[in-house]
Design a protein around this ligand. Structure first.
Ligand SMILES: [Zn+2]
Ligand SMILES: [Zn+2]
Ligand SMILES: [Zn+2]
Length: 182
């Protein structure tokens, strides 16, 4: 099902001001940050989630998760397939798609309908409705997980006769860097 794509022209907040609900790992990571640490945290969070749900993080699922976490930007399914294709052990596209579906169902990755791409989630708690700021120029993505925002949207939707399915909201915006460059 499609996410709601809201077209807004927004300029990203001033640097240094961190609104509540912004997640560190999805924050604009500077080039020097320890990204191997981000991947380690993502994999260990995935292991916890899978243990709690009594499902298995198979080597392929883990591998796909690591590829999604190759950075903080979105990645398309074809790119993931190309990356897997470099592995010694060959797996077919349907297997990779199933692994992606598993990661998505488990909340470990989110699918961005507007970009037809995936991003890793650094707080894969069950059932959070995610909102995303997507830079329309450089495609940088930041996840906002603000329960107050989710409640407000859910309440408004109900009053208008709608029920949330995923509740994911994709907001087209302009990041600071692109705003400055413009
Ligand atoms: Zn990182
Ligand atoms: Zn998330
Ligand atoms: Zn940008």
């Amino acid at each position: 099902m499609m996410g709601n794509v809201i077209l807004l022209h927004m300029v990203r907040r001033a640097p240094g001001i961190k609104p509540a609900g912004m997640h560190e790992a999805n924050e604009r990571p500077d080039r020097r940050h320890d990204h191997a640490g981000c991947v380690r945290r993502a994999v260990s969070a995935a292991e916890d989630v899978c243990t709690r749900r009594k499902v298995s993080l198979t080597p392929l699922r883990r591998r796909v998760l690591e590829i999604v976490w190759r950075g903080h930007g979105p990645i398309g399914a074809y790119e993931i397939l190309a990356e897997i294709g470099k592995d010694r052990e060959k797996v077919g596209p349907p297997t990779v798609y199933r692994a992606l579906e598993f990661l998505r169902d488990t909340g470990l990755v989110h699918r961005l309908d507007a970009l037809n791409a995936f991003v890793g989630c650094d707080h894969p708690d069950e059932g959070h409705a995610a909102q995303f700021l997507i830079c329309s120029k450089c495609r940088r993505v930041t996840e906002i997980e603000d329960p107050a925002l989710t409640r407000a949207l859910r309440g408004r939707a109900r009053s208008l006769g709608f029920r949330f399915e995923s509740g994911a909201v994709e907001i087209k915006a302009l990041c600071d860097d692109c705003a400055i460059a413009a």
